[in-house]
Design a protein around this ligand. Structure first.
Ligand SMILES: [Zn+2]
Length: 285
């Protein structure tokens, strides 16, 4: 097995070390994407951290769990929850929907049949966890709120992802789209054994998605009107090599909803012909 020697430096104590990485790891990401390698305690020094590399093996930086997340507002919540706890509580499908809600900047509301104060521990912990998964500039204190179900049924908020008291998604405030991206980022995170570092993976994945969507948004802002194919070509040039129909659908949704981009500027004869899917408000498992 051929190996590549790369150098790493601990972001906490600055100790340097060279490590051998199988070249197959780099082959996998040829043509784009960041390779992340978890450096366990003892490999470089007494700290464990994540090291990011380009597909050429160039160092792209490090993350420690503490440095990645600024949680100064949430110090009082001592007991942490982790990805596996949330998966256990809500199930894979609901987690995928929650991540999608976060991507498009829709609120998440979980209904309760008894009164739960806004600052209850589990809401707090879930907010802490979900915020850890976002790049700092996208974090916000209440990604997730809980609500008394009878109050919800009075207001009928339809702009949030609403999960009812039985754990079923009651409102999905977006046009149905595959959740491949969400599934992929979760499985990427679960490959990292240290649960403290899993949110760092999610954060890096989200950062890359937002970077692409921001570019998409900038293009729309710059062009009064742009042909769909021209937009795709710009994208392919900027973020080679792959750009699927699904990627486009996902980014379009994020750009419209999170960045408030004007997607009507995209001129596309093919797209207009496609039948628009009805937006579903109730999701059945
Ligand atoms: Zn160290």
């Amino acid at each position: 097995m051929s190996e590549k020697v790369v150098s790493i430096k601990c972001p906490t104590c600055s100790k340097e070390q060279t490590i051998k990485v199988p070249t197959s790891v780099f082959e996998e990401k040829k043509g784009g994407g960041t390779i992340k390698i978890q450096i366990h305690q003892g490999i470089c020094c007494e700290h464990s951290f994540l090291s990011f590399f380009s597909s050429e093996g160039d160092n792209r930086g490090y993350e420690t769990f503490d440095a990645a997340i600024d949680l100064t507002n949430y110090q009082d919540s001592k007991i942490e929850i982790f990805l596996k706890d949330i998966l256990k509580k809500f199930g894979d499908h609901t987690i995928n929907l929650m991540l999608h809600a976060i991507l498009i900047d829709a609120n998440i509301i979980v209904l309760h049949d008894k009164y739960v104060p806004d600052d209850n521990v589990s809401t707090k912990r879930l907010n802490i966890f979900l915020n850890k998964c976002l790049p700092p500039e996208y974090q916000k204190p209440l990604l997730f709120t809980s609500m008394l179900d009878r109050n919800y049924y009075k207001t009928q908020i339809d702009t949030a992802l609403v999960i009812n008291t039985t754990g079923i998604v009651e409102v999905q405030p977006w046009e149905t789209i595959e959740l491949s991206c969400e599934k992929r980022v979760i499985s990427e995170a679960l490959k990292i054994l240290d649960p403290q570092l899993q949110p760092v993976i999610l954060q890096e994945e989200f950062r890359q998605i937002f970077e692409k969507c921001k570019y998409f948004y900038e293009v729309l802002k710059e062009w009064h009107s742009i042909y769909f194919q021209d937009l795709i070509n710009l994208f392919k040039a900027r973020f080679p090599p792959k750009f699927s129909e699904y990627d486009y659908a996902l980014y379009e949704q994020i750009v419209k909803s999170r960045f408030k981009g004007d997607t009507s500027r995209i001129k596309s004869p093919e797209k207009a012909k496609k039948k628009k899917q009805p937006s579903s408000t109730i999701y059945f498992f």
